[in-house]
Write a protein that binds this ligand. Structure first.
Ligand code: NAD
Length: 310
């Protein structure tokens, strides 16, 4: 019997390069998006029933869904972070879970740069003001000479560091497992968590979400941040205590924040952060480039093929 791969990554389409890769390897493919499932009323649990492999995006694969898939052998997750897949359930059912480290680091790092420049030059505020018929010229700041503080110096943190160094920024970083060769090669300085908070003009987060990093940036951490600093979060929303962040933005402890990720996505209509004009929010688009999507989806599909062909 031909094995079947279900593709749930919303930007992948039948007939595209991932479909061709899987079909050429001898698999049947089925594509599904949340919008199609809503229209057809077909739950994800029904679609996984005869899948041997899944190329997954950000859909929630709960224990219930995973337990509805008796043939399933492997998830190939496009992207990094498995917070949408119940790993305990996958483990229990003997299903391998892979992801695509490195495939989107450049895109996320470039997005961090874009967010920093937007903060530094007050670009979103200026665009809104011009749209409203005004012609204001509030002073921003150059990135050259500013201190970038990185929490997490892994794949994405290091790529951000290299881009920031090219712009003349000084880069300090906290990571419990620093890559000493990288530090020696680039001159990025390893600091304690508190030192990074105290020194950074731009504080950028590049850590995974787990029990040890949930609300790492809380009221106590925000009190240690350099006055006038900006917080950039492209990691995961729950790394930041958003209520404490809103307080810090309202009372001027932070000059601003740029967030690509939120504790609840899409952003709730009544979020306090929505009302603050020193907050820039993008809709989790750090890895949303043609290049990153192509690299990570082909890598995920190949991991599924390798696992199924054993
Ligand atoms: P990575 O594993 O390469 O790097 C994470 C680093 O964090 C590691 O070096 C680790 O030692 C360090 N670390 C762990 N705990 C720490 C702590 N308490 N303090 C400081 N450092 C700590 O991961 P990555 O590929 O660089 O991804 C980083 C984050 O980016 C993840 O949260 C991921 O979910 C997020 N991400 C977001 C997007 C997006 O679209 N916005 C896309 C890809 C990844």
């Amino acid at each position: 019997m031909t094995m079947r791969v279900l593709v749930t990554t919303s930007y992948l389409k039948p007939g595209g390069e991932v479909d061709r890769l899987l079909s050429d390897a001898g698999f049947d493919t089925v594509f599904t998006t949340p919008a199609q499932r809503q229209t057809s009323g077909t739950p994800l649990a029904d679609l996984v029933r005869d899948a041997d492999g899944i190329v997954a995006g950000t859909d929630a694969f709960t224990a219930d869904v995973i337990e509805s898939a008796p043939r399933l052998k492997v998830f190939g997750r496009c992207g990094v972070g498995y917070d949408n897949i119940d790993l305990a359930a996958a483990n229990r059912c003997g299903i391998a879970v892979t992801f695509t480290p490195g495939a989107n680091r450049r895109s996320v790092a470039e997005h961090v740069l874009a967010l920093m420049l937007n903060c530094a030059r007050l670009i979103p505020q200026n665009i809104a003001s011009v749209r409203a018929g005004r012609w204001e010229q509030r002073s921003g700041r150059e990135l050259d000479g500013a201190v970038l503080g990185l929490i997490g110096l892994g794949s994405i943190g290091k790529t951000v560091a290299r881009l920031a160094l090219a712009l003349g920024m000084r880069v300090v970083a906290h990571d419990p497992y620093p890559d000493n060769d990288f530090l020696a090669e680039t001159g990025v300085q390893a600091h304690t968590f508190d030192e990074v908070l105290a020194e950074a003009d731009f504080l950028s987060l590049h850590i995974f979400l787990d029990d040890s990093t949930r609300h790492l940036i809380d009221a106590s951490a925000l009190r240690k941040v350099k006055p006038g600093a900006f917080l950039i979060n492209t990691a995961r929303g729950e790394v930041v205590d958003e209520a404490a962040l809103a307080d810090a933005l309202e009372n001027g402890a932070l000059a601003g924040a740029a967030l690509d990720v939120l504790a609840e996505e899409p952003m709730p209509l009544d979020s306090r952060l929505r009302r603050l004009d020193n907050v820039v929010v993008t809709a989790h688009i750090g890895a949303a480039t043609e290049q990153a999507r192509s690299r990570s989806s082909l890598m995920a599909a190949q991991q599924v093929i390798d696992a199924l062909q054993g």
